[in-house]
Design a protein around this ligand. Structure first.
Ligand SMILES: NC(=O)c1ccc[n+]([C@@H]2O[C@H](COP(=O)([O-])OP(=O)(O)OC[C@H]3O[C@@H](n4cnc5c(N)ncnc54)[C@H](O)[C@@H]3O)[C@@H](O)[C@H]2O)c1
Length: 238
């Protein structure tokens, strides 16, 4: 199951895993994007921030397919806001509501979905793999207090779960993309900033969604990788 798999990086991951021979289920809240998916791809409507939506969706998949082996926690929303903005007449400090929203969709969601999936794996004694999509921002990106904190939390849960779930035969790893040339990146960052990022990147370009998808496939297939956070960022450090 790939959360947020209806578009962007998630869809690239879905296509790559299908090409590798996996039966892939897309879980996404965007029905319009789901409608545009190829008809032979199974998709479920799921809001990863809602415990009931997730539990129902996961139980349905296990009912139909007998088990769930691989979870890619990809759903997330890139968010940016300076901690202090003296030009904002509504208040100079980062809005707390927006901080909570970003934490909920980027961090709580990973806890909620992984809990639902791992419960089935452990109760049925099936082995499995969890891959969390982190970000280069996890090390603390200027202008992204909430998003950076959420992704740092994802990295910490990844390592924690690798230790707790390893004995159950469940591996947990993260893939941390740098700046990838997706629509979401172009929405979040203006052209001059993107140019600046490319100049700072040793490889001199944005990444391709396929390069992230390939890494997810590699992590799934290599049975001894556990508790790793793999950077896919062209050598950029922020
Ligand atoms: N694009 C990049 O450069 C980049 C870099 C680093 C990390 N990431 C991470 O990669 C992941 C995918 O990002 P993207 O750039 O492809 O974004 P995107 O906006 O193109 O796709 C995100 C998908 O997640 C879904 N989604 C969002 N909230 C959801 C929710 N509550 N429930 C269910 N589905 C939900 C959306 O409907 C969408 O289909 C995110 O976790 C993001 O933080 C992206």
């Amino acid at each position: 199951m790939v959360t947020g798999g209806a578009q962007g990086l998630g869809l690239a991951i879905v296509n790559h895993l299908v090409a590798l021979g996996a039966t892939v289920i897309v879980a996404d809240r965007d029905d319009q994007a789901i409608k545009k998916l190829p008809k032979n791809l199974e998709a479920v409507h799921m809001d990863v921030t809602q415990v009931e939506s997730v539990r129902t969706g996961v139980a349905g998949i296990v009912d139909r397919h007998g088990r769930l082996d691989i979870l890619v926690n990809n759903a997330g929303v890139i968010s940016s806001e300076p901690f202090v903005n003296i030009m904002n007449p509504a208040g100079i400090m980062h809005d707390y509501g927006r901080f909570r929203e970003s934490i909920t969709v980027n961090l709580d969601s990973v806890f909620i979905v992984t809990s639902a999936v791992v419960e089935f794996m452990v109760k049925r004694r099936t082995k499995g793999v969890i891959v969390n999509i982190s970000s280069i921002s996890a090390c603390g990106n200027e202008g992204q207090t909430a998003y950076s904190a959420a992704k740092a939390g994802v990295d910490a849960m990844t390592v924690t779960w690798s230790k707790e779930l390893g004995p159950w035969g469940i591996r947990c790893n993260a893939v941390a993309p740098g700046f990838i040339g997706t629509e979401s990146t172009r929405r979040a960052l203006k052209e001059p900033i993107l140019k600046h990022i490319q100049t700072d990147t040793p490889l001199g370009r944005l990444g391709d969604a396929h390069e992230v998808a390939q890494t997810v496939g590699f992590v799934i297939q290599n049975d001894f990788i556990n508790g790793a956070v793999l950077n896919v960022n062209g050598g950029l450090r922020i």
